[in-house]
Design a protein around this ligand. Structure first.
Ligand code: ADP
Ligand code: MG
Length: 262
């Protein structure tokens, strides 16, 4: 059983305060959705948790099973069990999928799994409907949006992280790819005890990837947490009801009175 705890996390990017005190706890086997309008800080949250350069933590904690992730370089966070599927997966010319995964397994002390990697890749590719002919390609090079997300989901399935952050898994995907990727993540929660933090602004992802909790992130802060029904409310009413109508200043925190009224 693993737990990721994000406590009072504040962060700046390019000198601007983007995260304003995020609190979130997610454990093995759970799916939590983080929903929010464009620019709310969703990708920033994932970048800060993974330690992307340029994202400066100004307060708070990120703990995986009690271990301070913020003190570790990104690769050690990944080896400890954090995984990110990026909104826009990076193409890495010159590095094959197999080589990247073999190194990642070794970095996790799983040298024993390297010999069976080719077979695992074939099995996982088949399971997620990722064309085997792409397995020999450099990482994500010349793949369509849907193929990239299938590829990234397949890597997650092989690496078996404790907690995965899926930053808009649904962006750039057609309906079939969306279903394949969402189901594979859902299966991992059952089979491997994966905890998944699914960032999205559309509820359709959550039809396949059923969250136990839905959090609404506005202006770098979680303004409401509820069950799956909250996603339906958002689908119907949009984010307007959760967005303070006060000012144009994006750095304004959501007021306490406003939060109390939710
Ligand atoms: P979301 O993913 O919720 O749409 P982001 O986290 O990408 O939002 O962005 C939140 C805010 O932070 C935006 O105003 C965005 O312009 C700013 N931001 C994010 N990353 C950077 C960056 N690397 N440089 C400058 N500004 C950034
Ligand atoms: Mg984003």
């Amino acid at each position: 059983m693993s737990t990721l705890e994000i406590r009072d996390l504040t962060a700046t990017v390019a000198g601007k305060q983007i995260l304003n005190g995020v609190n979130l706890t997610i454990s093995s086997g759970e799916v939590h959705a983080v929903m929010g309008p464009n620019g709310a800080g969703k990708s920033t949250l994932s970048a800060v948790v993974m330690g992307k350069p340029g994202y400066i933590v100004t307060g708070g904690q990120v703990l995986l099973d009690g271990v301070d992730m913020l003190a570790l370089p990104t690769w050690e966070r990944a080896a400890a069990g954090l995984h990110l599927i990026m909104q826009y997966p990076t193409e890495v010319p010159g590095v094959s999928l197999g080589a990247a995964l073999a190194e990642a397994l070794k970095g996790r002390g799983r040298e024993g799994d390297v010999a069976g990697l080719a077979a695992s890749l074939k099995r996982e590719a088949d399971r997620i409907h990722f064309d085997e002919k792409f397995l020999d390609r450099p990482l994500n090079v010349d793949l369509s949006g849907g193929e990239k997300k299938r590829n990234e989901t397949m890597q997650m399935a092989i690496l078996k992280p404790k907690i995965a952050i899926l930053d808009e898994l649904d962006s750039g995907l057609d309906i079939d790819a969306l279903r394949d990727c969402a189901r594979r993540v859902m299966d991992a929660t059952r089979e491997d005890g994966l905890g998944a933090l699914a960032i999205t602004h559309y509820s359709r992802l959550l039809d396949e990837l059923t969250p136990s909790k839905v959090h609404i992130l506005v202006k770098g802060r979680i303004v409401k947490t509820g069950g799956p029904e909250l996603a339906d409310v958002l689908e119907r009413d949009g984010y307007a009801a959760f967005t303070p109508a006060d000012s144009d200043d994006e750095s304004d925190a959501v007021s306490g009175d406003y939060l109390a009224g939710l």
